[in-house]
Design a protein around this ligand. Structure first.
Ligand code: PXL
Length: 264
């Protein structure tokens, strides 16, 4: 069985962070392991408190997993502090397996998930990534990206690593669509799906990048992994259990099952 490691924060409400990552790995029959960077006290309405795990203990978790299992890919989510970023750079630099970095900054409800002084440092991890998956706000903070400004798109093409900008709403054939754009090796590739008007989108970013990591671990190409994961998220939203009073979680298990059925 394939083993994947997620280095990320814990979401007590189970829909985002480590919990979303493990559920997404499981949805693709991958054995998920974790190194927890922060604990959040949160629910579907927001993040109430953040408790940081110190960098040496995050490292101890990573080493415990890597020294015992043959890990086939790593997903990186909320890192929070410069100390954790520095430690994670040392860990991933010598590895030769797929690494997907979701540069988590701000939660859907607006809470800060990365210290302001750590944004530039986070970028130093990107040369070691197979893929970096920012949303448009994160892409703006990291690269000055603005969808409306073609000169910033041109800049994206020059980056020495692959970036997928997630979930921009566009009009396509007179309907709203969700667009992901891959900037890789000087070229762009677009992935679209139906835009879903749902309140149940908590943790979609984490789940999407974890599904991509799982599929890379299974040996799928980057393009196939993105396509499959986009369908997984759409189905997860469609069958969401509608929990909580705010932005509810998606249905990882059903999303995975329906997605596998569609693939066969
Ligand atoms: O979806 C971003 C995210 C990542 N990681 C953790 C989170 C959140 C959003 O709330 O709590 C731990």
């Amino acid at each position: 069985m394939n083993v994947v490691l997620s280095i990320a924060g814990s979401d007590s409400s189970g829909g985002a962070g480590i919990q979303a990552d493990l559920k997404s790995f499981e949805a693709f029959n991958i054995f998920g392991t974790s190194a927890i960077t922060v604990l959040t006290a949160q629910n579907t309405q927001g993040v109430n408190e953040i408790y940081e795990v110190d960098a040496p203990f995050v490292k101890a978790q990573i080493e415990a997993v890597l020294s015992d299992f043959n890990v086939s890919a790593i997903k990186i989510g909320m890192l929070y502090s410069n100390e954790i970023i520095d430690m994670v750079r040392d860990v991933i630099a010598p590895l030769d397996i797929p690494v997907v970095i979701d540069p988590v900054f701000i939660s859907k409800a607006g809470s800060k998930l990365l210290n302001d002084d750590a944004i530039a440092n986070l970028k130093t991890l990107f040369p070691y990534a197979t893929l970096v998956t920012p949303n448009r706000f994160e892409a703006h903070a990291l690269f000055g990206y603005r969808f409306e400004d073609p000169s910033t798109l041109h800049k994206m093409l020059k980056l020495p690593y692959k970036v997928l900008i997630k979930n921009e709403t566009i009009e396509l054939n007179d309907r709203l669509a969700s667009l992901d754009t891959l900037y890789a090796e000087g070229k762009t590739e677009r992935f679209t799906s139906e835009s879903l008007n749902s309140k149940n989108t908590h943790g979609t970013g984490c789940s999407f990048s974890s599904a991509i990591t799982a599929n890379l671990a299974l040996g799928k190409t980057l393009k196939q992994s993105i396509e499959i994961s986009k369908s997984f998220i759409s189905l997860g939203i469609k069958y969401a259990p509608n929990l909580g009073h705010g932005t509810g979680p998606i249905a990882h298990k059903i999303g995975g099952e329906k997605c596998q059925l569609a693939l066969n």
